[in-house]
Ligand binder design. Sequence first.
Ligand SMILES: [Mg+2]
Length: 132
Amino acid sequence: MSYNILIVDDSSIVRAIIKKSLAICGIEIGSVYEASNGREALAKLSAEWIDLVFADINMPEMTGIEMVAKMAENNLLDSIPVVIVSTERNEAQIEELKKQGVRAYIKKPFRPELLRDVVHHVLSNPGGDHGS
Ligand SMILES: [Mg+2]
């Protein structure tokens, strides 16, 4: 099985770093899509089959928080795993995101090995840690 990935960040440099880190994950990658804010991401999510989303929090137009909330209220999108990659350190906000189904949180800057470990954990637990 190959995985289609969506990378959501307003920085093209960060998107490139995430994309590069995926190369060491040892998973088969199908298509990699990019979006620079939550609104663009939701459009991609409704147009393409996506298996995993990496999302920033602080972005213009629509933040990662708003994007996750929109995904949670859409029953076609609420099962797609989201991994937050952000400089944000607000614990309460991170807890709230996890309640809305966010599967993991990676703090920037990150080592590619951490991203690899998170990807493996998320993809090997499709229902999430709170599932079944
Ligand atoms: Mg940002």
